[in-house]
Design a protein around this ligand. Structure first.
Ligand code: LMR
Length: 393
């Protein structure tokens, strides 16, 4: 039976990790997968996480099962950070822990499907795994353009997609730090989106995977809070992979907001059974470390400081790229206005390949770069490589 299977190509983004590691050139530059790097090119474990892990090792009394919802101290501890003054009234919201942000997106979309969704509106380009998850769930992807040619969000495309949608439709929105374009909705645009969604039967699903890496923890929550205030039903997929640096520990959370306590109970009972059939229970360690940080004022302050310095470094790289203004045929100025780790360069697949082969610069085939892979030490080398490849067409 297994002999019938057709080979699948490896995930292009994750394949880049191995290609980069195998490249012996000492001056290679990794702008591929979305992992934060320091000015020395390292991805260290947060000091606050080290403290929390030490406490966990010393104090954890059991590793017995918790249940499909995972560590509810972790899930509830995140609520004020995500929802703030938009936290719904008791009973209207509940959540559960998931294996990473991907598990949360998967659970949100599977629950939307169980509730009758057949189509999902999504701005494109998007994180490639969004489309893979939709295809795997047999949900129809209805694409609309995410970014306009002037570098702002394409609100006209979103308005028109929502105007043409109805019962049985969901819309998948990036809460902040859009992956891959870095083009976020402004606060005024989020207010309009919230209003449009409150007047529509379309179910909002918000993927918030980079909170704190744009303008700040509070600022980056503006969109999710505006939509939560305006709409009676919202699903939120959350990731701690980046803002707590827990990538391989797979730490995520899922929240369902519904019209009333009974509907929330029913939604969560469905989410629990989907989780049980998919992964049974989420991995505990990373979520428990986050919970300890959120419960402790000193560790929380340390974590917030570390996150602030990551944000500042990303902003510094973006400013340096924008100040360089262009590289060959590529205008770098929009990168200075974008948010989070990613931006798209208008380069062809051939140019991406040449950057890798001839200059040791690794980026996604789409032209997406992880700006956190750049440092003030390698930025000139990157700009020169980009200029060489784009000037020759
Ligand atoms: C990325 O887009 O690079 C990250 O979200 C990592 C991943 O899982 O793709």
């Amino acid at each position: 039976m297994l002999n019938r299977l057709e080979a699948q190509s490896p995930d292009a983004l994750l394949a880049l990790i191995k290609l980069f590691n195998a490249d012996p050139r000492p001056d290679k530059i990794d702008l591929g997968v979305g992992v934060y790097r320091t000015a020395d090119g390292a991805t260290p474990v947060f000091a606050a996480i080290k403290d929390a892990e030490a406490r966990l090792v010393a104090e954890q009394a059991s590793k017995s099962y918790l249940g499909p919802e995972g560590d509810m101290g972790f899930v509830n501890g995140l609520v004020p950070h995500i929802f703030g003054d938009a936290t719904p009234a008791a009973g209207r919201m509940d959540g559960m822990q998931t294996p990473g942000g991907t598990g949360a997106v998967r659970l949100a979309l599977a629950l939307a499907k169980a509730a009758g969704a057949t189509r999902v509106l999504m701005g494109t380009p998007s994180w490639p795994n969004h489309a893979q998850i939709l295809a795997d769930l047999d949900l129809e992807l209805v694409g609309f353009s995410h970014a306009a040619s002037d570098g702002s969000a394409d609100m006209a495309a979103l308005r028109s997609a929502l105007a043409n949608a109805g019962e049985g439709d969901a819309v998948l929105l990036h809460g902040c730090c859009h992956n891959p374009t870095g083009v976020d909705y402004t606060h005024a645009e989020w207010d309009e989106i919230a209003q449009l969604l409150s007047d529509s039967p379309v179910l909002p699903v918000i993927d918030l995977a980079y909170q704190g890496l744009g303008d700040g923890m509070e600022e980056d929550a503006y969109g999710v809070r505006a939509v939560t205030k305006a709409c009676s039903e919202v699903l939120v997929a959350y990731s701690c992979d980046k803002n707590f640096g827990l990538y391989r520990d797979r730490v995520g959370a899922f929240y369902a907001i519904t019209g009333d306590a009974e509907a929330t109970k029913r939604a969560m009972s469905n989410a629990a059974s989907l989780a049980r059939a998919n992964w049974s229970m989420p991995p505990d360690h990373g979520g428990a470390a986050v919970r300890l940080i959120l419960e402790d004022a000193a560790m929380s302050a340390k974590w917030q400081d570390e996150l602030a310095s990551m944000r500042a470094r990303i902003a510094e790289v973006r400013a340096a790229l924008a100040a360089a203004s262009n590289a060959g045929g590529v205008n770098l100025e929009p990168l200075g206005r974008q948010k989070g780790m990613f931006g798209m360069l208008p380069v062809s697949k051939e140019q991406v390949q040449r950057l890798r082969d001839e200059h040791g610069v690794y980026m996604a085939g789409s032209g997406r770069i992880n700006v956190a892979g750049l440092t003030l030490g390698n930025i000139e080398q990157f700009i020169a490589a980009l200029a060489a490849v784009t000037a020759e067409g």
